[in-house]
Design a protein around this ligand. Sequence first.
Ligand SMILES: C[S@@+](CC[C@H](N)C(=O)[O-])C[C@H]1O[C@@H](n2cnc3c(N)ncnc32)[C@H](O)[C@@H]1O
Length: 308
Amino acid sequence: MSEISKKWTEIIRKYQKNIYESRKDKRIEEWNKIISSLPKLYSSKAKLHEEVLVSGKWDSQEKIIARDLLLKLAPWRKGPFKVGDIFIDSEWRSHWKWKRFLGLNINLSGKTILDVGSGNGYYGFRMLGHGAEFVMCLEPNLLYLTQFKAINHFIQSNNIAMIPERIEELTFSDKCFDLIFSMGVLYHQRDPEKHMEKLRSHLKDSGRIILETLIVPEQYGEGLKTEGNYANMPNVRLVQTKRGLENLAKKSNLNILSISVPCQTTTREQRSTDWMPFRSLSKALNTQLTKTIEGFPRPERVFLILKK
Ligand SMILES: C[S@@+](CC[C@H](N)C(=O)[O-])C[C@H]1O[C@@H](n2cnc3c(N)ncnc32)[C@H](O)[C@@H]1O
């Protein structure tokens, strides 16, 4: 069993008072109203192992109220979540990626985990379902942070916390995490080496980094510089090749223990839904579905396990 450090406890406390702290966003007032108006789910019980599910009973009209309030927090990109009998059908079937992670056979039991770029906390909740002791989530996007608050209003776990910090902005590093996840974050970074360095600096000497990222074929040398959009995703800066990822690990003083076979994202895994009504992957591919609309290879993702 391991514990989070004093410094982390302090930072969690600071954000417990006001989760948005000094962040500015014109939606904050409305979000606060939504969170404080969420009805109670009676006799609630969370099950996080097979899915993120909170069972329980609503009073009369409260299911409708809860559904309307949760819909106001759209777009829901990661999920799904089941709350009472409300099904939050997110853009991503995130449980598919989680299943791929489980295939790596990493034991989460009793582990203290940092999830960098956690989105709304879907994976953090799944980590708890697989026995994690504590999950610390970093997510600068305030809407995803609000979705996390909404879901944890029903789950009520004290073993997970989320703060709106980028890992590069943290001014300390206590090396207290057994596992550090960075999933879907690397290709957004201006400075991938700095990102890896930062992940390393929070990791216990015996710990592991779980890096999940996009990958392109070897013909791109070190990687594909997209100069902007990739499959309609903004702010994608560099998508590495296997060689690029290997060199990045070397430069970051990390050893790759394993790298998975690339998995192509399909339009079944990522698609528009009532809870994410905007354009999704099908609109980001050419008509033959062979390339992205920018003419790049279709998105494929890999998992790497790294150690110091
Ligand atoms: C593509 S999403 C991935 C979400 C989730 N990890 C997943 O795998 O589905 C990337 C997330 O990382 C966050 N992010 C980007 N750069 C970050 C950084 N430097 N530190 C922490 N979070 C970051 C973004 O706000 C975004 O929510």
